[in-house]
Design a binder for this molecule. Structure first.
Ligand code: ASP
Ligand code: MG
Length: 410
């Protein structure tokens, strides 16, 4: 019997009506002869509401207690979904993360899954039940509830699919798949039928918020086939799979943008060994993830070092940068919250030259200045002024996607 993991996001279970609709979808999969494990998010807006409650009491809530509170959103959703299934004649059982159990490390609010004990799920499936697992949560070595970071239900679903050796992990969401650019910005954005893990990881990390990035990493590591599709419209979505030669025929698969970062610059740093080490070690020791880093060419023994961090970490990062700046004799620290990172992503870049030049030219033609550039084998990102983000995405989409010729490989 094929085994599918179906994950439903917050909007898909946003109301009781929608939960009933999800139950019908699950029933259909059962009737088609599948064993089904469902992972659910909290009802739309619920996690934010719960976080809001914790913040009303404390400006920096204790992470353990915060997890205790926010993990309840999923518990409500899975119970309701189990009830909805029973109402339409499908036997189902809901399980929280600790009931499975899904073991995580101890990093409250951003825990990582270490191991999943599949015995309980397997025996419930053997009994012919649909198993509904709470997304976003697990249990640590102290027996405490942990959560996996915002959007973590995707990771729960993929990790379960890997542990259960499921045939496919279906991610049901409020969009019909992964698009070549944000359709709200680019009218001609198209659905991407098949994308590689690597490309999807870049897209996810660059701001295409269809799935939590960690879930895609997990899928790549364990070869879990993912199908992202709409809960509301019944059509094929986007498959996320192992890369194949076919995929290199186009240089650029998609354009993504990210507005969530701030740029911090340490100005006039003495140019000598060990300074970058000091700065980035301090940031790392405080659990701040740094994205782009640019160090300017030294000028009369001094240089500027800029880096970007998530806006939520920017205050803290700035504070740390100021401390380090003072210690090493830099002249000061500047910060810019109004920046955007625009990226082009595609496996084809590995084998086809000229993408970077073309990207910079498109931005230049629109009069957009570039603050920083970073690249990987399959991605080029530029940091620009936030106010030009939409213009840049549209222009790049037109140049790379709409006017793109398929590269013929013989
Ligand atoms: N409910 C959690 C959140 O809003 C997890 C998820 O939806 O994936 O982030
Ligand atoms: Mg999500």
């Amino acid at each position: 019997m094929p085994l599918v993991v179906q994950k439903f996001g917050g909007t898909s279970v946003g109301t009781v009506e929608r939960i009933k609709n999800v139950a019908k979808k699950v029933k259909k999969a059962v009737e088609e002869g599948n064993k089904v494990v469902v992972v659910s998010s909290a009802m739309a807006g619920e996690t934010d509401r719960l976080l809001g409650l914790t913040r009303e009491i404390s400006s920096r809530p204790d992470p353990r207690e915060q997890d205790m509170v926010v993990s309840t959103g999923e518990q409500v959703a899975i119970g309701l979904l189990a009830l909805a299934l029973k109402e339409i004649g499908i036997d189902a059982v809901s399980l929280t993360g600790w009931q499975v159990p899904i073991y995580t490390d101890t990093a409250y609010t951003k825990a990582r899954i270490k191991r999943i004990d599949t015995h309980r799920i397997m025996s419930e499936l053997e009994r012919g039940k649909v198993v509904i697992v709470a997304g976003f949560q697990g249990v640590n070595d102290y027996g405490d509830i942990t959560t996996l970071g915002r959007g973590g239900s995707d990771t729960t679903a993929v990790a379960l699919a890997a542990a259960l050796k499921a045939d496919v992990c279906e991610i049901y969401t409020d969009v019909t798949g992964v698009f070549t650019a944000d359709p709200r910005i680019v009218e001609n954005a198209r659905k991407i039928p098949v994308i590689s893990y690597e490309e999807m990881m870049e897209m996810a990390s660059l701001g295409s918020k269809v799935m939590q990035i960690r879930s895609v990493e997990f899928a790549a590591k364990y070869g879990v086939k993912i199908h992202v599709k709409s809960s509301f419209i019944d059509e094929d979505g986007t498959w996320i799979v192992e890369e194949n030669e076919e995929m290199e025929r186009v240089a650029v698969r998609g354009i993504s943008h990210e507005l969530k970062e701030s740029k911090i610059t340490v100005v006039k740093v003495p140019d000598k060994p060990g300074i970058a080490a000091k700065l980035f070690k301090a940031l790392g020791d405080n659990n701040i993830v740094v994205d782009m880093i640019v160090q300017n060419v030294s000028h009369e023994g001094y240089t500027d070092i800029s880096f970007t961090v998530n806006k939520v970490d920017a205050d803290f990062a700035e504070e740390i940068a100021r401390e380090v700046a003072q210690e090493v004799g830099a002249s000061g620290v500047e910060r810019n919250d109004r920046i955007a990172k625009i990226s082009v992503v595609g496996l084809g870049m590995k084998t086809h030259a000229g993408t970077a030049g073309k990207m910079f030219e498109v931005l230049y033609r629109e009069g957009i200045n570039i603050y920083a550039i970073s690249t990987s084998e399959i991605k080029i990102s530029c940091l620009i002024d936030e106010k030009y983000a939409e213009l840049a995405v549209r222009a790049l989409h037109e140049a790379f996607i709409e006017n793109q010729e398929t590269i013929v490989v013989d």
